[in-house]
Design a protein around this ligand. Structure first.
Ligand SMILES: Cc1ncc(C[n+]2csc(CCOP(=O)(O)OP(=O)(O)O)c2C)c(N)n1
Ligand SMILES: [Mg+2]
Length: 560
């Protein structure tokens, strides 16, 4: 058999990636894995290797690829320095339940444990942020390890895998066969589980559904929608998972995340049956574990999760269901609907609360970001992919944008700054035909802003919107709340972001008044390259609900 002639570890690895259907990989090169780079040369027409400017950008892109496609995002980084820079995307993949595989260069087995150049023990380093960390010490076992890495990344609760590649292994040769292509392994809900779920729903007066977590796909979202609609249920989405349900549909009642609509928080608290499909019910989705009591929710509680270990970890459910999301959603679609007359009116009222929450109120300063978002909500085509990193600016995006369905949102549950830029570049490369808009804070943007060079190099067409308030606003907000009038370590002196974009060969615009945004957006959309719009914000506009001075005044009052 031709695939059993001798191949180097590097060739075996790249051939394994091809077996598993990899078409795009991200990374920063290193001399530690030259044999892989060389093997990639042979497949460059069918496996594009996107070279980034920092491993943080590369690992974020791989994570975003995993989030977007459901297939493991692939990232290559070199030893110590590459591995440490690249860790951020692994952490996001873990918290966000995203399939991803990070390949890391490693010193040869001839030098191992001498603290050789850039040597790190990756098992210890990544131990608590990956589903599995291993080192492939023998070339003949490359297909087996890579196959297991793919299986592990996508099965149960999806997540990241790290594989270290000793340099001598990559140049050794072995005559060994390829494996077959990986399969995702998932649990199915039992017939008894579904029967009990229907019974509990039938007995409820005020049920509420929260969708979240990983392991979804478009079909699962369509199935869950059918279940929601057939039973007239109100549905909210977990922190940064608003795209699991088309926000424009009448059963959608809002984002159960940071800065939650108080009316929505009340509905979650006062429901008598909570059905959580997919989310872990993390700190951000539960308002710091205040919306839902730990460990025993006041409500009757159904928890559906793809990872068995997650059920009962924080919350005791009346009905825990260990199931993949597509498997559960398909069964839920098939359930005979219950009589929903008890909560139909509540669902409508909840939707009205949500619609009212979509309307921006008065805002300080010349640029009203709420009005900009409301305009974009109408202007952006429904297939647009919207990304963001972390910072208070994201609050406007989550509140005023309407995500239209599965994977129109790429945003870190892990709250990791710098995510928006690389995630958007990955999205533009995966879906060159779809509009992509990255929302970034000024602090957030510059954590990975160097990847504008990657956007330019690979001709990614997308738009960056930088919300510039000259500070690490989130931290300033907490500071004014806890230590009013003592600004410390939160102010920023920024570059001219539009000029910076132009330096990378992209189109740049600065907007200083709300009324100028529309024209700037249309010019930016017409650009042949990626584009950047900088919004010059007033520092007073600290959240969608309050101003910086109101926060300071309240804190001072409390202190005195
Ligand atoms: C990688 C990383 N570093 C630090 C933080 C802590 N942090 C959270 S928000 C924030 C400030 C964000 O500033 P900016 O992007 O300007 O957005 P703003 O809050 O001003 O809208 C910081 C430093 C983080 N979440 N992630
Ligand atoms: Mg800022």
């Amino acid at each position: 058999m031709s695939n059993q002639s001798a191949r180097t570890g590097g060739q075996l690895l790249v051939d394994a990636l091809k077996v598993h259907g990899v078409d795009l990989a991200f990374g920063v090169p290193g001399e530690s894995y030259l044999a892989v780079l060389d093997a990639m040369h042979d497949v460059r027409e069918t496996l594009r290797f996107i070279i980034c400017r920092q491993e943080g950008g590369a690992s974020y892109m791989a994570e975003a690829y995993g989030k977007l496609t459901g297939r493991p995002g692939i990232c290559f980084v070199t030893r110590g320095p590459g591995a440490t820079n690249g860790a951020i995307g692994v952490h996001v993949a873990y918290q966000d339940s995203t399939p991803m595989i990070l390949f890391v260069g490693q010193v040869g087995n001839d030098f191992v444990e001498r603290e050789a150049f850039q040597e790190i023990d990756y098992r210890r380093m990544y131990g608590s942020m990956a589903k599995w960390v291993a080192q492939i010490d023998r070339a003949d076992r490359v297909p087996e390890y890579v196959n297991r890495a793919f299986h592990t990344a996508v099965s149960g609760r999806p997540g990241p895998v790290v594989l270290a590649l000793p340099e001598d292994m990559l140049t050794d040769t072995a005559a060994v066969a390829n494996t077959g292509r990986y399969h995702r392994v998932a649990a199915n809900p039992g017939a008894g589980d579904m029967h009990k779920l229907r019974e509990m729903l039938g007995a409820a007066q005020r049920p509420f559904v929260i969708l979240g977590g990983g392991d979804w796909n478009a079909e699962a979202c369509a199935d869950i929608r059918a279940f929601i609609e057939a039973n007239g249920l109100p549905v909210g989405t977990a922190f940064r998972r608003a795209d699991l349900y088309d926000n424009r549909l009448p059963n959608y009642v809002g984002d159960v995340g940071i800065g939650i609509n108080p009316a929505l928080a009340e509905r979650v608290k006062s429901c008598d049956l909570l059905i959580a499909v997919g989310p872990r019910l993390d700190e951000m989705t539960t308002g710091g574990y205040t919306l839902i009591d730990v460990p025993r929710p006041k409500q009757k509680f159904v928890h559906v999760h793809p990872g068995a270990e997650e059920l009962g970890r924080v919350y005791e459910a009346d009905l825990p269901i260990n199931s993949g999301m597509p498997e559960f959603a398909a069964m839920a679609r098939g359930l005979k609907p219950v009589n929903s007359s008890a909560w139909q009116e509540g669902t409508r009222a909840s939707r009205k609360d949500y619609e009212a929450w979509l309307e921006p109120g008065p805002a300080p300063g010349e640029v009203d970001f709420g009005k900009v978002m409301a305009w974009l909500r109408k202007r952006l085509p429904p297939e647009t992919i919207v990304t963001n990193g972390a910072g208070n600016f994201a609050g406007w995006v989550h509140r005023y944008y309407q995500y239209t369905g599965y994977r129109t949102e790429l945003a870190p549950i892990a709250g990791s700054m710098g995510y928006g830029v690389p995630a958007a570049i990955a999205a533009a490369l995966v879906h060159p035909g779809r509009p992509v808009v990255a929302f970034c804070g000024d602090g957030d943007f510059l954590m990975t802003g160097q990847e504008l060079a990657t956007a330019a190099q690979f001709d990614a067409k997308l738009m960056f919107i930088v919300v510039n308030n000259g500070m690490y606003g989130t931290i300033r907000m907490h500071q004014e709340r806890e230590y009013p009038e003592r600004v410390s370590g939160t102010m920023l002196k920024n570059p001219d972001f539009a000029a910076l974009a132009r330096a990378y060969g992209l189109h740049g615009e600065i907007v200083e008044k709300t009324a100028d945004f529309a024209a700037a957006f249309e010019r930016a959309s017409q650009a042949k390259t990626a584009s950047l719009i900088e919004l010059r914000m007033d520092q007073e506009a600290i959240t969608t609900r309050t101003t910086l001075s109101a926060i300071r005044a309240a804190a001072l009052k409390k202190k005195n």
